[in-house]
Design a protein around this ligand. Structure first.
Ligand code: NAP
Length: 249
């Protein structure tokens, strides 16, 4: 039986873990270790970085991994690029498992930007109430625009001081709903949202709420990860796992 490594941290990764556990597959689940209490998986689970692409290549060889599914978040580009390099080096097949990005529809007021620096530059000049829906990793990028008030929604209570001084923090873990996100936007008098184009249904609630309220969204497009195949649903990934096992590649 080929041993599978799932690079996790998303709903898609959890879905795949459940399906592989049901099949009795030999698989390992990997978390970066960013949250205090990651969702328990029905597979053997390891937590923490591998030590770059070379560290991952060594891990793949030492652990006898035969296939890798990169089901990390679409914005976890460093891990995804490491996976491409490591699998190439170790000669192991890799596929990405990624949800489709959101598309703007009627009533949406989006300004699409390529990265977080451009998102910051797109904020109004005057002090504004911003829902900064980008997680906790990159908040310091907005410290040069500290005259705005930022609403942050984080999975864990921040243990260290935040790099932004003018904030309100909501501790919550998705999936969220449009009615509750609408109430939150109204409650905090939010005038603009900065969001990553994560795709999926759970994080979409804020976008639906923004449309209903006429709140503009600065939408950060996904970073590009080259040289890999990406599949968009569970059945495709399971079929790929079966196929690449049969081929012995
Ligand atoms: P990143 O910038 O692409 O990765 C930074 C480093 O974290 C990687 O080089 C790797 O360390 C380690 N890492 C990332 N994912 C890992 C995994 N699944 N297993 C083991 N090590 C991992 O990643 P990030 O944006 O900080 O995201 C970290 C995790 O949070 C990811 O697993 C991602 O799925 C999840 N997440 C991210 C976002 C987001 O917006 N970025 C949103 C929701 C969830 P080494 O180089 O030492 O191997």
């Amino acid at each position: 039986m080929t041993r599978i490594l799932i690079l996790g941290g998303t709903t898609e990764a959890s879905q795949l873990a459940a399906a592989l556990a049901k099949r009795g597959a030999d698989a390992v689940f990997s978390y970066a270790g960013r949250t205090n209490s990651p969702i328990a998986q029905p597979l053997p689970t390891r937590i923490g970085g591998f030590g770059g692409a070379d560290g991952l290549a060594d891990y793949l060889t030492c652990e006898g991994i035969g296939q890798v599914v990169d089901a990390t978040h679409p914005f976890a580009a460093q891990m995804s690029m490491n996976a491409v390099q490591a699998c190439f080096k170790a000669g192991i097949p890799l596929c990405g498992f990624e949800r489709a990005p959101w598309q703007a529809g009627p009533g949406d007021n989006w300004q699409e930007v390529p990265d977080l620096a451009a998102a910051m530059a797109a904020l109004p000049m005057a002090p504004t109430k911003v829902f900064l829906a980008i997680g906790k990793q990159n908040l310091s990028q907005f410290s040069r625009a500290d005259h705005h008030h930022y609403l942050l929604r984080l999975v864990d209570d921040p243990q260290l001081a935040l790099p932004l001084s003018n904030t309100s923090v909501v501790i919550d873990r998705g999936p969220f709903t449009a009615p509750s996100d609408k109430a939150m936007l109204l409650n905090h008098k939010i005038e603009v949202i900065v969001a990553k184009n994560s795709g999926g249904s759970g994080a979409r609630a804020k976008i639906d709420a923004a449309r209903e309220l006429g709140v503009p969204v600065i939408m950060v497009n996904r970073p590009k990860v080259t040289s890999r195949m990406v599949l968009g649903n569970l059945d495709q990934v399971l079929a790929w796992l079966d196929h690449s096992t049969r081929l012995g590649v």
